[in-house]
Design a protein around this ligand. Structure first.
Ligand code: C5J
Length: 228
């Protein structure tokens, strides 16, 4: 049952985060095989993907509680059309990867929408009722219907999770912040290939009185969501 009552995460940082269930969405960013599994886009850039696998249980917990309390859940995927018409050459050529976007890899074509690699990992599979926003960029708002979707649902606050912290999660959070959403990042439900980048991103987000937003642990978010 969805409720409009106000919730508060007292120990969010840099200070308490207030939200209501009916105006908040959980956004799960890019928990796709291409970033999480060996042989995908993340690995093609030379990254060890195993640190990203460590947050799967935390994201599962967030999803379970959000579904239990009836909160809106939205998933994103970073991916491109098969003809790569939405992939700028500058993006495809960047990074000197072993495999470029659109090349055939062990999980099909890298970051192409209908390939196995572009799918959300089975452990976090979206429900039929949950929107999946395909995005050609790092940010979830650029060239996507996300803002219209949030407006139609009356969403004003966003709880973020997913990968990678300093790239698609942070870019999406900054885009959301500039559009007037209050944003909170689940500290242990986001991960980076670079541990120091995750630490710095969390610091940057909550600096200067929550200049980009708030952060809080999954445990604190779960407690607030379940509070009646
Ligand atoms: C990257 C993402 N890292 N989902 N994408 O290229 O963070």
């Amino acid at each position: 049952m969805q409720s409009t009552s106000t919730r508060r995460i007292e120990n969010a940082r840099p200070f308490a985060f207030s939200f209501s269930l009916s105006s908040t969405a959980l956004i799960v960013i890019d928990m796709q095989c291409d970033f999480i599994n060996p042989g995908g886009f993340g690995a093609s850039l030379g990254n060890d993907v195993s640190p990203l696998q460590s947050i799967i249980p935390s994201v599962q917990q967030l999803l379970a509680v959000a579904r239990e309390v009836g909160m809106t859940v939205i998933h994103t995927r970073e991916c491109h059309q098969p003809d790569l018409s939405d992939c700028p050459p500058a993006k495809r050529n960047r990074g000197n990867p072993m495999l470029r976007i659109g090349d055939e890899g062990p999980m099909g074509r890298i970051l192409v929408a209908d390939s196995d690699g572009a799918q959300i990992i089975p452990e976090l599979a979206p429900l039929d009722s949950e929107a999946v926003i395909d995005k050609p960029g790092k940010g979830a708002f650029y060239a996507t219907p996300l803002q219209d979707h949030l407006k139609a649902l009356g969403i004003q606050q966003l709880i973020f999770s997913g990968v990678t912290t300093e790239v698609c999660v942070q870019t999406s959070m900054r885009e959301a912040n500039d559009r007037g959403y209050d944003c909170l990042l689940a500290e242990d439900a986001t991960e980076s290939y670079f541990p120091e980048f995750k630490v710095s991103t969390l610091d940057m987000i909550r600096a200067q009185g929550a200049i980009v937003g708030w952060t809080a642990s999954v445990a604190a978010i779960k407690t607030a969501l379940r509070k009646r």
